[in-house]
Design a protein around this ligand. Sequence first.
Ligand code: NAD
Ligand code: TYD
Length: 356
Amino acid sequence: MAILVTGGAGFIGANFVRHWLASSDEVVVNLDKLTYAGNLESLAPLVADGRHRFVQGDICDAELVGSLLESYRPWAIVHFAAESHVDRSILGPGEFVRTNIEGTFTLLECARAYWSGLEADARSAFRFLHVSTDEVYGSLSADEPPFAESHRYEPNSPYSASKAASDHLARAWHQTYGLPVLTTNCSNNYGPFQFPEKLIPLVIVNALAGKPLPIYGDGCQVRDWLYVGDHCAAIRTVLTSGQIGETYNVGGWNEIANIDIVHTVCRLLDQVRPSPTGPYEQLIRFVADRPGHDRRYAIDARKIEQALGWRPAETFDSGIAKTVHWYLDHGAWVEHVQSGAYREWIARQYDAGSAP
Ligand code: NAD
Ligand code: TYD
């Protein structure tokens, strides 16, 4: 038994691979291009574990994807691989269109060809889980209800537009070809192994280095934060019990303004790693706003709770405390990411392009 995970060296993918293998002996084939966001150091304990087969490659490479499906015969594809950072999408949208749209199209086509050729039992057991974001729904005003699965699509950034397009492709491949697709639309994740250019790890890492903590605009934009381990559990639940063709919104019931996130992180750091120069909050700097910056995201996660029994296990207080401690305890991981040394680590641990 095997599953194919794409983007399993990224933040959520690496957490998912660890989460999956903590309670399964199935082989996980991990297809990842290792862009700046892919870091095999996040999977270090699995280097010598035969259940983890890493393959460096591009989801746009149909020949490679097809050959992996034929060799490993997975019962599921869990598709994380994407360009994921809104700020990068504003500076260079091309790679977002290529990976998020063309890459998802390629995977869907390869999955369709493979699934069509399966025996009846394997065909009915097969699943394609498309991992997406709440950002496809656009921005909420302060008094609008949270995003339900039926909310209109209204993406505002090149990132969210490319993810919206990939959601539409996934939906169409189910409606038209019957491919057994499941889609999850999740809110902002935080937790271990997140690349320190996203808000929470950026603030932790910059604060510890005595660097400015940049707040875009007035800092009153609201996100619904979910601990990454809870997202992994939700994906496992949808994969094993979700209704084919359905989409499930996944969120933490934690709407928090950016400025409050930053204050919380500063206060936690003040308690556990006080700075000799005074409270970390003095490093906060308000900077120019992000163009097209969505004001508020919030998820109505009642469907996945009522239909599948999933609820987040962490509160924001418990999750953020774990996260701050994780970054304090993993200085080497942070340092390697910042210096680019994780690439040397990969070269030492892995032969390029081959499974460990
Ligand atoms: P990430 O940027 O940390 O990781 C993405 C991974 O995909 C990296 O390992 C990268 O090397 C790989 N990748 C990129 N292009 C590739 C390609 N062409 N072929 C193969 N691999 C490629 O992203 P993340 O935060 O872990 O997000 C994973 C998924 O979850 C994405 O689809 C994202 O849209 C979705 N999502 C993220 C969040 C969040 O808060 N981070 C929330 C909801 C949904
Ligand atoms: P981010 O982590 O980039 O996630 P997303 O844009 O996908 O929600 O940003 C989270 C929020 O934090 C978003 O409203 C932008 C804001 N932000 C800052 O204020 N300063 C920063 O330096 C960063 C990276 C983000």
